[in-house]
Design a protein around this ligand. Structure first.
Ligand SMILES: [Mg+2]
Length: 149
């Protein structure tokens, strides 16, 4: 087994023989019928094996990718606002904004996977941390932080 597949197994937490991943992805899709962080992670790291190859990018590249996609999102929003205000220049529709939001999430998950971060857990913890900070009742139910010793 190549090093990349071993790394993939560490990330997704089970045997990642390519057929097994495909079978698992199909099974998860049938069960959930919706996108979850886990399903996105499986698809993301599997596709990264196809392109550009799991070991072809490093932390810096992946972080720059997130920033690049955030820039593309900002550009799409700017062009959409330009269209709404009737300002001359190239324009974009909400669909373009949605596409770039997707790219931001996908690239953020790739960075998280590379760093061994469980994105669902990170989002839940940060959401709840912000709720606590501002005294808001809405929580995602993330596990409480371990008290510092
Ligand atoms: Mg993009």
């Amino acid at each position: 087994m190549c090093e990349a597949w071993e790394r993939l197994e560490q990330i997704v937490g089970f045997d990642t023989g390519s057929r097994r991943v495909a079978t698992t992805l199909n099974a998860v899709e049938q069960i959930t019928k919706g996108l979850s962080f886990h399903r996105m992670r499986l698809a993301n790291v599997t596709r990264q094996q196809e392109w550009p190859g799991y070991d072809q990018t490093d932390t810096t590249f992946k972080a720059l990718e997130v920033c690049g996609e955030a820039g593309e999102l900002a550009e799409a929003v700017k062009k959409m606002v330009r269209a709404e205000r009737g300002i001359a220049g190239s324009t974009a529709k909400l669909e373009a904004v949605a596409d770039e939001l997707g790219d931001v999430i996908i690239s953020a998950d790739l960075l998280a996977a590379h760093l061994g971060i469980d994105l669902a857990s990170a989002v839940a913890k940060k959401f709840d941390k912000t709720s606590v900070k501002y005294g808001l009742e809405t929580r995602l139910g993330a596990a409480e932080e371990e008290p510092e010793a």
